[in-house]
Design a binder for this molecule. Sequence first.
Ligand code: ADP
Ligand code: ZN
Length: 817
Amino acid sequence: MLHFIDVILPIPLQKAFTYHITEAEAEFLSVGMRVAVPFGKSKIYTALVYSIHQNPPLAYDAKTIHQIIDDTPVIVTSQLKHWEWIANYYMCSLGEVMRAAMPNAFMLESETMISKNEKTEILDSELKDEEYLIYEALSRQSSLKIQDVVSILDKKRVLPIINGLVKKGVVNLHEEMYEKYTPKLVRYVKLHYNHKSSEKLQELLEVLSRAPKQREVVLTLFTMEAALKKPIKVAELAEKSGASTSIIKALIDKSILEEYHLQMDRVQFEGEGDASAKRLSEVQQLAYDEVEAVFQEKPVALLHGVTSSGKTEIYVQLIQKQLDLGKQVLYLLPEIALTTQLVNRLQDYFGEKVAVFHSRYSGNERVEVWQNMLANSEKAQVVIGARSSLLLPFRNLGLIIVDEEHEQSYKQFDPAPRYHARDAAIVLANIFKAKTLLGSATPSLESYFNARQGKYGLVELKTRFNNVLMPDIELVDLADKYKRKRMKGHFSDRLIEEMTETLEEGFQIILFQNRRGFSPIIECTTCGTSPQCPNCDVSLTYHQYRDQLRCHYCGYNSAMLQTCQACGNATLDTKGFGTEQIEAEVKTLFPDKKVARMDLDTTRGKYGFEKIITGFEQREVDILVGTQMLTKGLDFRYVKLVGIMNADNLLNFPDFRAHERSYQLMAQVSGRAGRTDLRGKVLIQTYNPHHNILQQVSTNAYEAMFTEQMNERHNFKYPPIYRLIKITFKHKDYNRVNLAADWYATSLKQLFKTNVLGPEFPPVSRIRNLYHKNIIIKIPPQQSLARTKEAIIKIDNSFNAVKDFRSVRVVINVDNY
Ligand code: ADP
Ligand code: ZN
């Protein structure tokens, strides 16, 4: 009898591919194990066994597999089921989902190299025979491919042996030579708890009378703590006391001083008790109970709690409950890089049980998390991660928390799978009969709509923790300020007044500007031409720091031009303004204050965010200027003033969600102000102070915003009433894109009539030398989504059969908003 396996290959191939296997292999293999298989002329891929059967493929001769990689499956059934849902719903291949899910280090391809680890010395006798053969081969040549090992050992299952060598430290795999992630934390120091009272301190000083240097350190620390009322860095203490760090270390070793890292103890420093016991306030407890009650009846609850209402503490209790039940929890965050604060907070509570699946982690560490999860290890009970952590091998999931559920970054745009993590989370939870909690101060319209419809349960928290007042929001009319000449650069007199006052009181300021760069656009004042990107249909942005023009779409850059390329006059001038320019202006307005900037340009490197956030938390910086990055759930204690430099470019963005998003952004940025006892202040500068959204933001009127926006969505047939699928065509030839999009649209219109919009060029119609054209399909509430997709697939198949269109890239994006 012949045996075959169907495998999932990490490529956009709609059908599963079939390979021939031997009887013995058929007995050994099971679904979810990895195999290396040949594909095309010379490529070898790591693939996953999808099914084992006896049916030869009809269209081609099945090739044999190269090697079996695993002893046991690396994925689990529930996971595969979820992947299938994603592939099906978001119209992509299972292979594309697999590629997004599996850590790179798992997907060894033909070029995986094995090399000797020169650091390890090992005796021949410590190696098994097969290991020795590889070891010996490596002393003759510097590296081996997996395929070489297959021929040296003359067998297909070589990975266990290679892994054995890796474990012994004898060899390195190419994929594993990543730098290890070690978050850079600042060391702080304080007097150990045991010596806090004044009697205890007295005793201590007597004991130390024979160690004057140590005594001096303790005294200095005591004075510093009293005077500065903020955390003391080890480095500062060393400097002030004149002691070497080894003396401080000796004190730490003796438990006289206590060393700690910022996050963990920022809370302790405020004397709020230790990490294990934070009692919920009455309001929080009520919300918690309501969530529990919802879960009795519904799989999803939406927790709508204003900024700083203490949602995180409610999550913590819910997590604890699942852990007590022996279940796993997934905590989803929009962007893991921005959430060191939260990760530390959760690690304080749940310690080792917390696993972070970090996009900036090396392949190695991701594999570790994956394997811990496969083994349902203690170390992977609370998984924190961004959207791709949904694709991990959960064993016993009880709850998914989707924090900041309104965040746009939950949706993946490129490459496929173009999934929305919030929606995919609810599906995953259902597979486990688990619950999903969506949390936000500014829920997305679709979630709030679902809650209003009764599909989700709704729990509201309308007051801030400790009854801190919501910030006082003031709108500043820019037109009026300009007219009366009350502006200095982009700063109104009101903003400058409030900034001066805040700084005098010793508090910090956040300034929000929705654009990076110095000044988005350069324009010639003689002929009106703006320098354009040669690859994209977009104006270049001026970056003062490097005196460069840059394209924000493709990264193209050139030195700043001296003269206009169109008319040759030296009359290029800036138009509009970005974060860099705000930063420069702040420096002139407040020359003796420290300013920092947080945007894509300043946060590039691995610890870019951490550096800026930590600096701000430690109050090394007085004024932080930034883009949307500032909005993502950061918890700073000493920010009293938030300034939104210009609300209009948010409101005028050409997108049906622009108003909803403006509300969310402004409410979230405002929420960074006054998070402790002091009431925060927010100034929003705008040319349209009477705009409804601004009125709603300033009165914290989420429901009014919801009702008004929902009316618009009804009237203009947009989500969450209608659903959308966007189809994008890309090609370097302008005419071909037009023809292809027209052909497609005509076919679609025969079925869906006026619910097909376009084809239309997007605002930026050429990116990286490819022309883009879009079609949008609007799907009315009563129309079946599944049937609509089937119809699209049919049209897509006929489209691909047209020879001229084969080189056109077609990207289908379901729920593209
Ligand atoms: P949100 O996530 O709703 O914006 P947080 O959970 O960050 O709010 O809480 C705001 C602040 O209040 C945090 O600094 C947090 O430490 C504090 N806090 C919240 N709940 C409690 C509690 N039960 N006991 C003590 N402090 C709390
Ligand atoms: Zn470009």
